[in-house]
Write a protein that binds this ligand. Structure first.
Ligand code: GLN
Length: 282
């Protein structure tokens, strides 16, 4: 079957529309064909009437079928853009989300000079690498409890060639007992373990350990807030992403642990998404 770029895109779009909204189906069809042909969007538009060779047409068909079955586009493509960085992602890592850019922006605002920054549960390295790029005078330690996730972060660090990032295998603070930090950031798991979202959409394919955190979703956040003071320098900040309905609970956890200047920030969708606080004992 000899068909053109335009015709293949049309066919894919129709199939994808079973799974994703129409406007996304169109973009995803383009992304998948760009991936198979190893070209950019401008090329696709300029070559709309070119015939797609059989081998690539078949590969394209396989990719859209995976997507129709629900597999996240980021895992099929093998990358996701975050804060202007093209990051490798695999099913060993959470797929970086635009909501998390709120956390990166808040972190960059706090970084004034050379600072020791820690990213707990780094996954692809998204937060750590975005901070490292825009705060080149700081040093970022990126920790994860999963060696498989850390391998993905290592691949991203390798391709970006940042000199100010260190990767550590650590279950939250377990392997970091020799260090203290000026700023600790984290996007930990925070979904309630019975939340039905875990069985829908992309989340079905993502590592459960990166998503769910006990009955109230706060198990990991509780642990991080309780332990962080031992790893924060005087005046240092802890900054956590959390669920849209968890801001008050997280604020209370900070208060209980003795933090001050507690503040919650909203994400691009106007949901309370990040709560930060300062460690200023005495
Ligand atoms: N914000 C993500 C979601 O709801 C969850 C990410 C996380 O648990 N850290 O899909």
């Amino acid at each position: 079957m000899t068909q053109t770029v335009q015709q293949w895109l049309q066919a894919a779009r129709q199939q994808l529309a079973q799974t994703v909204p129409a406007n996304e189906a169109s973009i995803e069809a383009q992304l998948l064909l760009m991936h198979v042909l190893n070209v950019n969007r401008a090329w696709l538009l300029a070559h709309a009437t070119d015939v797609v060779p059989d081998e690539q047409a078949l590969a394209f068909t396989h990719l859209w079928q995976r997507r129709v079955q629900g597999e996240p586009i980021a895992y099929i493509l093998g990358y996701r853009e975050f804060f202007g960085l093209k990051l490798k992602v695999t099913p060993d890592t959470l797929i970086p989300r635009p909501d998390t850019e709120t956390l990166v922006e808040a972190a960059l605002q706090k970084i004034t000079q050379h600072m020791q920054v820690l990213d707990l549960g780094t996954g692809t390295g998204a937060i750590a690498l975005a901070v490292a790029q825009y705060a080149p005078q700081s040093h970022v330690t990126a920790a994860d409890a999963s060696q498989a996730a850390l391998n993905v972060a290592a691949a991203n660090l390798q391709s970006l060639q940042f000199g100010n990032v260190t990767l550590r295998l650590s279950n939250w603070f377990s392997a970091l007992t020799d260090q203290t930090f000026d700023l600790i950031v984290s996007n930990p798991p925070y979904i309630e373990s019975a939340d039905h979202h875990l069985t829908q959409g992309d989340l079905r394919f993502e590592p459960m350990s990166a998503l769910a955190a006990g009955a109230d979703g706060l198990a990991d956040i509780r642990q991080i807030i309780a332990q962080a003071p031992a790893y924060l320098n005087q005046g240092g900040w802890l900054m956590l992403e959390h669920g849209y309905n968890q801001a008050e609970a997280v604020q209370r956890l900070y208060e209980t642990a003795g933090f001050c200047h507690i503040q919650t920030l909203r994400d691009l969708g106007d949901n309370p998404r990040v709560t930060l606080a300062q460690w200023l004992p005495g």
